[in-house]
Ligand binder design. Sequence first.
Ligand code: ZN
Length: 485
Amino acid sequence: MRFGSLLLILAAAVPASAERLVRIFDVSPGTLDVLAADGMDIAAANAREGWIDVCLPDRETGRAALYSGRYDVLPVEWGMLTDENRGNAGAYYSWEENNAFWATLSAEHSDLVDTPVSIGTSVQGRDIMMIRMSSTVGGAYKPAMYFTALTHAREPGGNACLIDFADWLATNYDSDTMATWILDNTQVYFVPIVNPDTYILNCNPMGGSARKNQSPPDGVDLNRNYPYQWGYDDEGSSPDPYDETYRGPSAGSEPETQAVMNLIDSIDPVGGIHYHTYGGYLLRPFGYNNSNTADEATYAAWSAAMTEYNGYACGQCGDVLGYNANGDAVDWTYWNGGGHPRCMAMTVECDEDGFWGNQSDPSGLEALEEECRYMNIWICMMAPGFTGIGEQEGAPVSGGLSVGPVWPNPASVSASASVTMVSPGLVGLRVLDLAGRVVSEMPGMSLQEGASQVSIPVDGLPTGVYTLEVTGQGFGAASRFAVLR
Ligand SMILES: [Zn+2]
């Protein structure tokens, strides 16, 4: 009896899920397939630098030697919350801190932030919360943007980026022209914790590095459960319930997946980001077979602009990480064959030290939030114009002349636009700020019939939203653009 009790106590003292991240270097192109076939938990990978991080039980890190002669056991705080940070997630935001943050933001900015609502319940019956932000200014139709985080429960850095962006929008509305423009022209939807059951387990004793949801027997990888190309092959997802990339018994089987799908199908977003960690990547569809979408040229241009300052690597996950993923959220959200139109969906893998690397470093987490905030601002400025507002702005106002979209948009150093004339003539170009003040005026120029490229001086303009106005021969046309630095 006594001996049995002692064994039980000993078993309870050793966290069953104590795991370490291990970085395997010098991997060959086939190593990922071998790791996946062995059922290894792949935490992150970098195809260009040739390393793969795997999550291994604390006492089995030596298994990495099976795959490469060179590996590093990474610091324990990369993969787990330390004792002092358990319960409150350290510098990250626990479930309770999330609830408090979003409720407070909504109460303090009730004109901009709706009361958080539930869009469904998790396997264990917890509410999956959604928060909508928009101002009361603007037309009846305002296109939607979406941001999600914590689909994988061990990736709290993405959740911090959503909290930062929502806070930035609310705090800077009316004083920052970009925040003002975004909330006046779009509705921004946040789902800060897609997978609450496992996140709560990770934040509390005994956990830290669980990825899947809580469906029996061992959880489903929610980012392999979406219906577009679900189960396309067994390399991009696994049919084995005990693998970390188990795709679930059927497409869209999980309540957490369904909650996100129902939201996307009901708001018809024009763009958005599914947040993950880690590695420092901005990913675009298609992930299931590493092929280009019909919007590849746009995706490539946007990705280059969005990562201008943080240097994140861009591409499909097959290119950047070295493996494909089928049934993931970004492919499904982009895809227009379901209950929503095509959407410029992207995935961010935040550049962190493992999953919990900033747990004791609030300033490190702030730096991460800031390097991702620019991407959030950029896509919120760009996606609505791409599919709606910009086309309206760029459409001919009259029969005499028309002006196309300003490119690049947002601009930083120089920009240009195409002005099309029905007949040759003199035109005037002006740039106006949001208040209608002329901030830049170019000398009149004579243009030929047809389309001409005109350059727009933007180097003296501060960050903000502007209108390019073209007038001539009794006609006028306008195109809106942003300057971002
Ligand atoms: Zn993830």
